[in-house]
Design a protein around this ligand. Structure first.
Ligand code: CA
Ligand code: CA
Length: 279
């Protein structure tokens, strides 16, 4: 690897690939870019990073956000070569998920294209989502892609609350995937509040003693026991509502990990919610 005068940029020595392209591989702030010198004879291939989605900057070639599955390519794809829904096989935990639509969008970064698959339903844990592409795509010069391996989609979907119940001193929140939680009592009120009213509508104390995650559950332990007749409202307002370092406390998040330039981002944060725990 030869150096560069531009800090953060490393370029490989020029090389020739199997298609006869003369190319340079540049590593810019940990993101790889392929620069082809001369005639482009290489078909589109998957290349990480580049899409600035509504969920933040992602550094993955294949990732899933709810019911949308993104495939990021190095090259601009000819729209006429875009495969149909029947050319993709998507599986969630091994079970097929029908593809309802295929869109082609241009990335906000450089000349990348992104194929977006619209799935029949949101997937609950993208780390177990795979996609198989049984077709070729072409770049604007007509260069066809090679065959694709079975690809694993990175989980960029936030955990969703599916149930909230209480018993004794414990309120149990159940999510649709495994979650993590680091409890920090001094600032918990900024994130999570519990309002308890008795059967007459009178406020009761609801001091949080501890919170821990166990599989898909978050268990909130209160100082004093609840009665079956109490009304319990759980409100969660995470800040910030995007990727953070893994050791930031009081965030309910999944187990996805992302490393960019030595920074580790720790999981998709559950979205705001307000839920009665006895409905
Ligand atoms: Ca090309
Ligand atoms: Ca997830």
């Amino acid at each position: 690897m030869a150096g560069s005068d531009w800090p953060g940029v490393l370029c490989s020595a020029p090389a020739v690939d199997a298609n006869g392209n003369l190319y340079l591989l540049a590593d810019v702030w940990d993101e790889a870019y392929l620069y082809v010198i001369g005639e482009d004879k290489t078909g589109p291939f998957l290349s990480h990073g580049g899409l600035n989605s509504h969920d933040g900057f992602l550094h993955e070639t294949v990732y899933v956000v709810d019911e949308l599955l993104y495939l990021v390519f190095d090259d601009t794809i000819d729209p006429d070569s875009l495969p149909g829904p029947e050319d993709f096989v998507v599986r969630d935990h091994g079970e097929p998920v029908p593809v309802q639509g295929v869109d082609l969008i241009d990335s906000e970064f450089r000349s990348k294209s992104v194929i977006v698959l619209v799935l029949e339903r949101p997937v609950i844990n993208g780390q177990q989502v795979t996609v198989q592409i049984n077709a070729q795509v072409k770049d604007l010069l007509g260069n066809p892609s090679g065959p694709f391996p079975v690809l694993t989609a990175f989980d960029a979907t936030s955990p969703d609350l599916v149930e909230a119940v209480f018993s004794g001193k414990t309120i149990k929140l159940t999510f649709d995937e495994d979650v993590t939680f680091i409890f920090e009592s001094d600032s918990i009120d900024d994130y999570l509040t519990i309002i308890v009213k008795d059967q007459d509508g009178k406020d009761k104390d609801a001091d949080i003693v501890d919170i821990k995650a166990d599989g898909t559950d978050v268990l909130i332990e209160l100082a004093s026991p609840l009665k079956d007749s109490d009304r319990v409202l759980v409100s969660y307002n995470p800040w910030p509502d995007f990727w953070t370092a893994p050791d930031v406390p009081n965030l309910i998040r999944d187990e996805s990990k992302l490393v960019i330039s030595g920074w580790v981002f720790g999981g998709n944060v559950a979205k705001n919610f307000e839920r009665y725990a006895n409905l």
